[in-house]
Structure formats: C-alpha cells, structure tokens
Design a protein around this ligand. Structure first.
Ligand SMILES: Cc1cc2nc3c(=O)[nH]c(=O)nc-3n(C[C@H](O)[C@H](O)[C@H](O)COP(=O)(O)OP(=O)(O)OC[C@H]3O[C@@H](n4cnc5c(N)ncnc54)[C@H](O)[C@@H]3O)c2cc1C
Ligand code: FES
Length: 257
C-alpha cells in the first residue's frame, strides 16, 4: 500500500461540474499513465470508502493533476478543498496503459470523465515518437474538456451527442477509416457501453487496451469489491480485480455482460 502525503496546490473548474485538482506529494512517487489515486474524503467516518480518481497529468514525479466530475458526496467534498490543505491519498495504484515503443500511430478513444487519463498517455506516446489521434465524446458543449491538452500532442476529433460541439453522434460514429486505418493500437477509457462497442468495432482490427471502471472498496486487492469477469488463456473465465490487475486490461481479455 502506497500512502502518500499530498497537499492541494490548485483547484479550478474545467467544464460543467468538472474540476481539475493539482496536488503535490511530499516525496517523489513513480507513476504510469492510467494509474489512479485512491482518495480519502470527509473529515470523520461518514465516508468509509476512498474515491478512485485517475492520474490526468504529471508535471514531474511529485505534482499531479486529477480531473473529476462532481457527482456525489465524496467528489463534492473534494471540490471544496483549497490550496495548502492536506489530502490522505493512496497511490498511484493499479496497472496503467502499457507503451509499445515500436508503434508508429496510436488511437486514443475517451468518453466523458474517461478522457482525463488519456492526457498523460498522449504525452508519453508522443515522447516515445508515436503519433497520436484522439477521439473524445461528450454529451454536449458544456461538458467538453481537455481538448487543448490533447491537441498539443496530436490530432483530436470532438464528438457530442447533440452536435453542440464537434460533430454530432457518439465516439464510435467518428471511427471512420481515415481515423482508424494506420493505427497500430488503440487505448480507451469511458463508459462501459462505449468500451463494449469498441471491443466489437476495433477488437478484431488491432490490439487495444481498455480502462475499466468498477466501484471500489480497498483499492489494493483485498476485498474483491471491484471484481470484473475476464477471459483466461485456457479459454475459461475468471474474476480479476480492477484495482490491482487493472484498471487497464487488454481488450480481448474483458468480458462485457
Ligand atoms: C479506476 C477508476 C478511475 C476513475 N477515475 C476518474 C476520473 O479520473 N475522473 C472522474 O470524474 N471519475 C473517475 N472515476 C469515478 C469516480 O471514482 C466516481 O465518480 C467517484 O468515486 C464518485 O464519488 P462520489 O462520492 O462523489 O459519488 P457517490 O455516488 O456518492 O459515491 C458513492 C460510492 O460509489 C462509488 N462510485 C460512484 N460512482 C462511481 C464510479 N463511476 N466508478 C467507481 N466508483 C463509483 C464511490 O467511490 C463511492 O464509494 C474513476 C473510477 C475508477 C474505478
Ligand atoms: S477494491 Fe478491493 S480488491 Fe479491488
């Protein structure tokens, strides 16, 4: 278990009900894109479970940005934190996105608050010389976020369900041949229906990774609260822990019910 002492450096809104929180760890930590922090919320015992939030950007090995949607009591508490305040954090936890240095082009696909972990991934891919094209989908214009950050690392296509920004539709509608052809691999994070659709649409065309979201308890592999059904090499299935075996899995391993 990696407990890290961190302080809030900055916090502001980046889209409707979405905050970017910069934190600074007291000492350096190692990280990979796609890992997450497990954050204790509340002052007393009213919230027993920590909240998992992905690493969005790493300025170095001490300063990290987390981008999260305010949806319930825990994220509301987090949104009220101010610069200088301490946070009780475990992490970064889990297995992030593997990088393949020989790839010439990678396709990144994100939906809603699945977009944040793709930002640091895009940076790392560019750093190793892999061209990046990102397709990101949101409900409407007010929800669009992190497009500039992704555009600094490659091409970006924005899709909204109502057409108020980018093109109208869902991310899968934007996976036209000019976007998909030539990609060596895809990386995706977003709602389960989107990941299921990507498994069907892209899974046979190229290797890929999906980052799963499950409700979490301990975050460190003990409680099995985050178990997700996966395929095993012998042709069977078994439950795997999203917190420690994932959250990122090779797309062909995941069983979507
Ligand atoms: C590996 C991982 C990475 C994540 N990264 C991000 C991120 O970068 N940005 C972001 O906005 N959200 C992210 N989420 C979802 C985020 O954890 C939930 O939105 C958050 O926990 C909600 O807490 P709450 O107290 O505000 O909501 P409540 O609904 O009050 O939460 C009640 C309980 O349900 C859990 N819960 C609720 N929704 C989710 C959910 N979608 N996934 C998992 N647990 C949930 C909470 O952790 C809490 O234990 C991630 C989830 C996982 C599993
Ligand atoms: S959250 Fe406890 S095992 Fe994953």
């Amino acid at each position: 278990m990696r407990r890290v002492r961190v302080r809030v450096v900055d916090q502001h809104s980046v889209a409707r009900n979405v905050c970017r929180l910069w934190i600074e760890a007291e000492s350096p930590v190692s990280w990979t894109p796609g890992q997450f922090f497990h954050i204790r919320v509340g002052e007393g015992t009213e919230h027993v479970l920590r909240r998992p939030i992905s690493l969005c950007e790493a300025a170095d090995d001490r300063r990290f940005a987390l981008v999260y949607r305010v949806i319930g009591a825990g994220t509301r508490w987090l949104a009220d934190r101010r610069p200088g305040e301490p946070l009780d954090v475990l992490g970064p936890l889990g297995k992030g996105f593997p990088l393949h240095s020989g790839d010439r082009r990678a396709l990144l696909v994100g939906g809603g608050v699945g977009v944040p972990p793709l930002v640091q991934l895009a940076r790392e891919l560019r750093r190793q010389g892999t061209a990046v094209i990102s397709v990101v989908g949101f409900r409407e214009a007010a929800d669009v976020m992190l497009v500039e950050e992704l555009a600094a690392r490659g091409q970006v296509r924005v899709v909204t369900e109502d057409g108020s920004a980018g093109t109208r539709g869902r991310v899968t509608d934007a996976l036209t041949n000019d976007v998909v052809d030539g990609a060596d691999r895809f990386y995706a994070c977003g709602p389960t229906p989107m990941l299921r659709a990507l498994q069907e649409r892209l899974g046979r065309r190229m290797p890929g990774y999906v980052s799963l979201e499950e409700r979490m308890g301990c975050g460190i592999g003990v409680c099995m609260g985050c178990a997700h059904l996966c395929r095993t090499p012998d042709g069977g299935t078994a439950y795997r822990r999203v917190c420690t075996d994932g959250p990122v899995f090779p797309v062909e391993e995941v069983v979507f019910s």
